[in-house]
Write a protein that binds this ligand. Structure first.
Ligand SMILES: N[C@@H](CCC(=O)N[C@@H](CS)C(=O)NCC(=O)O)C(=O)O
Length: 239
């Protein structure tokens, strides 16, 4: 059985990482049987998650996991949409991963109150004596990553304005289609859903997430995806 390395569930979502949520959805779209195991950094060749283990192979990176499932299991994630829908979906996916992801990282890691109730929990198992050092080191690394990517160099208003434009683009697309590629879910929905799920959780105080939470279309999209791929969670929500 495929093993998916995860961090979650945490902070009101299936996983704190949108990329791990994406991998969950891809595996469910592929109807693969899989189990989750706690993220093991010693096994992560790129030092990031998700990774999957399958038949003695380790596959890192959510997009490479998709490619692997396509190749090894003959899954066509985009069978339900047109080539144009798949292309548009791909562009939205990469907008989510390479842009919208970063303000979320910023707000969780750089805002002290959010960090204290969120990512700080990841370090609870570190030895108490060196825990503050590890936390300071990792937070410095995240700050460097944010600056390297560029998002960390924006003022709060700039960061919000650009992210809000991305959110508006998703809302506009979903005003015309129930899913990002068209009438049926496609591979990109795994990623867009993961991003939106991480922004809909009210757990963190974040201006851009609060903006997402004002968009009924995004809540409806999230719930459609949840009903399709996480029916048990959907039932819990309704209860
Ligand atoms: N391109 C990667 C990105 C994955 C990624 O950034 N994962 C983050 C969690 S959201 C991670 O594992 N970070 C751990 C670290 O950087 O130490 C993918 O699509 O899987």
């Amino acid at each position: 059985m495929i093993k998916l390395h995860t961090f979650g569930p945490a902070f009101g979502t299936v996983d704190p990482s949108p990329f791990v949520i994406k991998a969950h959805v891809l595996l469910r779209m592929a109807k693969a049987s899989y189990e989750t195991v706690p993220a093991d950094f010693r096994k992560a060749p790129k030092g990031k998650f998700p990774i999957i283990e399958d038949k003695g192979r380790i596959v890192p990176d959510s997009t490479l996991i998709r490619f692997y499932l396509e190749e090894a299991y003959g899954v066509n994630f985009d069978a339900g949409v047109s080539p144009e829908g798949a292309a548009i979906g791909w562009a939205f996916e990469k907008m989510c991963e390479d842009h919208l992801y970063w303000p979320v990282v910023h707000d969780r890691w750089m805002v002290d109150a959010n960090f204290d109730k969120g990512p700080r929990k990841f370090f609870e198992k570190a030895p108490a004596l060196i825990r503050p050092l590890i936390i300071a080191m990792i937070r410095r690394r995240v700050r460097r990553n944010l600056a390297g990517q560029g998002n960390g160099r924006y003022s709060p208003d700039e960061r919000f304005a650009i992210a809000a434009r991305c959110i508006d683009a998703i809302v506009e697309r979903l005003a015309h289609h129930p899913f990002i590629g068209g009438e049926q879910p496609c591979g990109a929905d795994a990623s867009v859903f993961g991003t939106i799920a991480c922004m809909l959780t009210p757990y963190f105080d974040s201006r851009i997430c609060a903006y997402v939470q004002t968009k009924p279309a995004l809540r409806a999209y999230h719930d459609r995806m949840l009903a399709l791929y996480f029916p048990a969670d959907e039932a819990q929500k309704a209860a």
